[in-house]
Design a protein around this ligand. Structure first.
Ligand code: SF4
Length: 327
């Protein structure tokens, strides 16, 4: 999948869902994948995620990909078209921009037909996944309420809910193990609490950079959306209608506003990917979020560059001063 889709349908059909973003960013040769796409003809000014996923699909000779045609981005469309020309079969899925339930139902029905499963089959999987989703929500609560699950762990386990690493049972065992370890940990003293909003970062060391400076990432916006923690009691249709990421930015802003307050965040890091259309939404996030916001732009996979390390240091100092003034 090029982004999160109703993976209950894929699981009901007996397949292993794989979110290509997760596969790309955890590939030890992620920078090499980006360069490979550029050698084939992808422009320097295309998003690194797009180039990485393109090269990954070519290397691994994948036959079929569920591609989100509405609710993701136009660079994905163009990337999939280049792969279609090379023989890849595309399965389209669209999140209607206005969250129209009837259109979403129609899209889900198309997906069910494609995979040869029924609503009831997919609903059964949804019900089976609720306890696992609840446990991941518990990990999230342990981050912002007790500080015993780190921001990196919070990121990793929540982002993994976009595909459950292809195997919900195995992933569930890992979640259970982390819950056990975290329950035994004492809470660390955190100097500041920040939120991370925007697409997951291409950087490999952002969370460790913050943790080394005793900064707790107490909120991972899009990653938390993958857990569907706000719709555990809803049916499949409503679950994917409430999921904020593929729809307009205002649903995201309401979610961010609520969590900034609830989690008592000192500041927010808005991560934007170089050449991504979502950078245009940065002005709305800066205007509407009720705490200091740092916009951090990343391009290639790898460690933070010196410039962004300096910008982060300066931002943390500003947050420290605000804390001191507030007493
Ligand atoms: S970061 Fe932006 S441009 Fe890149 S794949 Fe995601 S939505 Fe598309």
């Amino acid at each position: 999948m090029t982004t999160t889709i109703p993976l209950e349908v894929v699981l009901a059909a007996g397949h292993r869902p794989l979110d290509l973003n997760n596969v790309f960013v955890s590939d030890p040769d992620a920078p090499g994948l980006v360069r490979e796409a550029e050698r084939v003809g992808y422009p320097r000014t295309a998003c690194a995620w797009i180039k990485g996923i393109y090269a990954l699909l070519r290397r691994h000779r994948v036959d079929q990909v569920v591609m989100v045609t509405e609710g993701d981005c136009s660079q994905t469309h163009a990337m999939m078209e280049t792969l279609r020309d090379e023989g890849l079969v595309l399965v389209p899925f669209a999140y209607p921009y206005d969250r129209d339930r009837e259109r979403l139902r129609h899209e889900l029905e198309k997906l069910l037909r494609h995979f040869g499963v029924t609503w009831e089959d997919a609903e059964e999987i949804r019900r089976e996944l609720v306890p696992l989703r609840r446990k991941v929500a518990q990990l999230d609560a342990m981050t912002w309420q007790q500080g015993t699950v780190t921001g990196w762990e919070n990121h990793l386990y929540q982002v993994s809910c976009s595909d459950f690493q292809g195997d919900p049972s195995l992933f569930g065992a890992q979640v259970e193990a982390l819950l056990g370890v975290a329950r035994e940990r004492g809470a660390r003293p955190w100097r500041l609490r920040v939120g991370f909003v925007g697409v997951p970062p291409v950087y490999t060391d952002l969370y460790s950079f913050l943790e080394e400076r005793e900064v707790l990432v107490a909120y991972n916006e899009v990653q938390r959306q993958f857990t569907m923690a706000d719709s555990l009691d809803c049916d499949l249709l409503e679950q994917y209608a409430r999921y904020t990421y593929p729809y307009d930015v205002f649903g995201r802003l309401a979610d961010i506003g609520r969590e900034v307050k609830r989690r008592r965040l000192d500041g927010v890091i808005h991560y934007v990917q170089a050449f991504c259309f979502r950078q245009i939404q940065d002005q709305l996030i800066r205007r509407r979020v009720a705490c200091p916001v740092l916009t951090l732009e990343g391009d290639s996979p790898g460690p933070l560059e010196a410039r962004n390390r300096l910008r982060l240091e300066a931002f943390l100092e500003t947050l420290d001063s605000r804390r001191r003034v507030a007493g």
